[in-house]
Design a protein around this ligand. Structure first.
Ligand code: SF4
Ligand code: SF4
Length: 286
């Protein structure tokens, strides 16, 4: 129920300075400062997770909305999120939640678990903002949920270090991971991250649990034939059964480029179909 806890995955550096090792940014954080995700604060040489137990948003969603189209079809999942993200995508659909600073009423584990079993829900989806930056609470609730037979679903950008991901993975029943593009420059310029750590997350998670991938297509940024071929071929090397969701982009937040052309989505679907068995177009009827 607490709204704060001592964080996992950090080391002291010197003179009350700490380094967070939860995600590949590996922020070095001065006393009283926050890391890039604005959720983890150095207080007197201790790293504190300030969003622990702070459920800012929840809803009962069809599992297809996560999107997961090849896992427990037709079921409902209790979905929760908090504030904060370790990326800064120009097109973020959840930017209001990511930057949320208001008061949040506490919710106990027991109430949350009861909600997760209500309305036919099969468990908990950690979604809306980025669950990586909620790591301590997600890990705790995953253990609690698993212990009573509920499912845990992670909807993530995949920008997390190996050790924390491997600690969480045994409790995760299904994931949707963003693969936003197949170039480092896109990740660096549009999202404030990097590609390689995301590829490594996808590779290791797909070995252990059900994984579906989402790529938001934006004309001129990540839709070239070569890039799409590379992305789909790489996924097929891991497993051609991995479902790929090719989503249509609409202008949002800081991104003002026009919405994705329907022809782009059709072409992308055709390319993906050469490599992967399950390709779905989202946010458009084509
Ligand atoms: S989780 Fe936050 S504080 Fe930690 S390295 Fe990533 S961005 Fe920095
Ligand atoms: S990873 Fe998701 S939540 Fe985070 S900034 Fe990007 S779109 Fe928004």
């Amino acid at each position: 129920m607490s709204h704060e806890t001592k964080a996992l995955y950090w080391i002291p550096v010197s003179n009350d300075v700490v380094k967070c090792e939860l995600c590949p940014h590996e922020c070095v954080i001065q006393p009283n400062h926050f890391g890039r995700c604005h959720t983890r604060q150095n207080r007197d040489g201790q790293l504190i997770a300030t969003n622990y137990g702070r459920v800012c948003s929840y809803a009962y969603d069809p599992i297809e909305k996560k999107p997961l189209l090849h896992y427990q079809s037709g079921s409902t999942i209790f979905s929760i999120g908090t504030f904060g993200c370790n990326l800064t995508c120009d097109f973020c659909q959840n930017h209001e939640l990511v930057h949320f600073e208001g008061e949040i009423a506490p919710i106990s584990d027991r109430v949350l678990l009861n909600l997760a079993q209500d309305q036919g829900s099969i468990g908990i989806a950690y979604t809306y903002n980025e669950p990586t930056v909620w790591f301590e609470y997600v890990l705790h609730m995953c253990k609690e949920a698993k212990a009573i037979g509920l499912k845990n679903i992670l909807v993530t950008n995949g920008f997390i270090n190996e050790e924390p991901m491997m600690e969480l993975l045994p409790y995760i029943d299904a994931m949707n991971i963003d693969l936003k593009a197949m170039t480092s420059s896109y990740y660096q310029n549009i999202c404030g991250g990097d590609l390689d750590p995301v590829l490594r997350t996808i590779e290791r998670c797909a070995r252990h649990t059900h994984v579906e991938i989402t790529t938001l297509l934006i004309d001129g940024l990540n839709t070239s034939k070569d890039e799409l071929e590379a992305l789909c071929q790489w996924l097929s090397y891991i497993n051609p059964e991995i479902p790929l969701h090719l989503n249509r982009y609409f202008p949002n937040y800081k991104m003002t480029l026009p919405k994705t052309r329907l022809e782009t989505l059709t072409q992308a679907r055709d390319i993906a179909g050469k490599y992967l068995k399950h390709v779905h177009v989202g946010n458009a009827f084509i």
